[in-house]
Design a protein. Sequence first.
Length: 771
Amino acid sequence: MAADRPRPAPRSLATVHGYPRQGAGRELKKAVEGYWSGRVSAGELRRTAAGLRREAWRALADAGVHEVPTGDFSLYDHVLDTTVMVGAIPERHRALVAEDALDGYFAMARGTQQAPPLEMTKWFDTNYHYLVPELGPGTVFTADSAKPVGELREALDAGHAARPVLVGPVTYLLLAKPAPGTAPDFQPLTLLDRLLPVYADVLADLRAAGAAWVQLDEPALVQDQPPAVLNAAARAYRELGALTDRPKLLAAAYFDRLGDALPVLAKAPVDGLALDFTGPAAANLGDLAAAGGLPGKRLIAGVVDGRNVWINDLERSLATLATLLGLAGRVDVAPSCPLLHVPLDAAAERDADPQVARWLAFARQKTDEIVTLARGLNEGGDTIAPQLAANRCARASRAASALTRDPAVRARATAVTPADTRRPQPYAERSAAQRARLGLPLLPTTTIGSFPQTRELRTARADLRAGRIDAAAYDERIAAEIREVLAFQEKAGLDVLVHGEPERDDMVQYFAERLTGYLATRHGWVQSYGTRYVRPPILAGDISRPGPMTVAWTAYAQEHTDRPVKGMLTGPVTMLAWSFVRDDQPLADTARQVALALRDEVADLEAAGTAVIQVDEPALRETLPLRSADRAGYLRWATEAFRLATAGVRADTQIHTHMCYAEFGDIIAAIEDLDADVISLEAARSHMRVAGELALAGYPQEVGPGVYDIHSPRVPDAAEVAALLRKGLEAVPAERLWGNPDCGLKTRGWAEVRASLTHLVEGARQVRAEC
Ligand code: GLN
Ligand code: ZN
């Protein structure tokens, strides 16, 4: 009988590169934060973490995944884990790490009184943040394979076929920055020869612990890389491939196409590749064929989009897989990237419209999709006929739904003309009209929008949600906050006031909740960094605005002061960047719909008497495509969407925009293309460098480089503000320079904000008197 015959291993396996870490009830967040506050012991934290790993592997195996990943789990961040694995602990954290590995680990992540943390930055073009390794010519790497080996053993002991997944050596070095005290032009990649032996040790340890395969993730290779980097990658994989005491090696890359790096990895003496075949990375298919395929090697084919929330087109994926079968020795099926960037389970969204719920695939559903695809590949399409039929039906319902296809929205978007995206008057004329209307002094002062989100405000919101207070009581608390924020700004002497955004939990979610076509999730948590999780809204359908979103509170604020109150909106690119986007139409089309909704809001604000309107685009730069060839197209639609949202105003209505970064040399032309009357930017830490850069580029409009660093509780004094403004004046004439903080004040405390803004106004007055 079949029972005593060994079952042949399936030809194609289903596998994933990584899984959400936090658990269904966000147990990891609770345990880690409990440990920080002393409520949870180290032992309890470790047990919770091990339990979560076990649960994730079991969920994967139960779903039919043949090989589970290990080492993708993290108490905080997998790049920080890699730093520990290679022993690159910064000098300032070393004593703590030696004393207590766990506390030292969290010290690197969060800093201590004496030792600031590692810098945090975005992981490629996702909304996940990693801790930046700090390396220098003196860095000595040493292998510490405790975590990768320990987690592999756990999975093997639990009876799973497991594949350790590590950040690859080239990507690790490319993500690093020069350690403090090192020459700023030091290139961490020059340390490759020192790092490879450490990877060799870890690989040997993993093999000894029972790893048949190890995966090394090299997503940095999907970016444009110079020949030197491609050569380094070739060398790295030649050397690792040549090791004798090693498991089989897979090199993995995702988030985009590999381009020139594809032949490099395909020719390397490794045993397989894991590639992304979704979105722009679909180009990998042709490139792989052109490179001669992977004869005799393993290919893990990422055919299910691992970073978006939509169900897969199973038939199309099967066709892709069928083509790939001819290009490699063996083809396994996977999501395009680790499932870290999607929520855990769409089935938990119990209040979602059932019609919409069947279009959604979070980590669990994506797992089912790859298992289905592998089965179709192994046993023939007929064996998955019911799944294919259900999938076809769900996709058809999505395509035909009134939510995804609103004829009025579509007609309006198609009718947009170039004239709609250009303000009719040249800047000089607008500027004169705005000066006459606003009557602002030289070096006018303002803030970026939000004031401290106090505990009282958060409690009020929670009370409203839980039904402990009614809408009227909530509104009264918001109104009182607005009056207080205004009174403070008048007293401090600011020139253009804000209402303080007390009614907004989050600058994207607030608008998403008020636009038709956007969906919210209840449990759709995704890790942003460490224990911070966000619930990005979902751009599901055609976007329209049932009614004004911000006019009431802005008008309320304007009734309580004679100074201009700035209206405050989130721009179209940011509305896309911090949400899950549609995959059934170009991003440009979605951006245009959002822009049209914002355009109506801008018009309503203007009609209500708002003379200054700020449209924030902090995500403009972070959404830049990874490949430079795709950037011009992106910037074209991104800037056009901003202008479409803002160009409908009168000459004397002043449009502001805001971005939270100081490095933007590569998008200066795009910033000009926004044609905003005033732009505020981060500049306090870089000593107003952006002002100089903008001036150099001949930027004609008004600029507010931040003179108060809001990322720190430090209070600048008036002299410091004045010095920064004087520095700004070296580049920008007084008629076009503003005084403002780097960003919103949401995360700061009132005491610091009061003092800092008072000093900001004083500093501006001092410099004004010198003009
Ligand atoms: N207006 C927003 C605020 O002040 C801008 C935030 C941001 O740029 N990230 O909070
Ligand atoms: Zn900002």
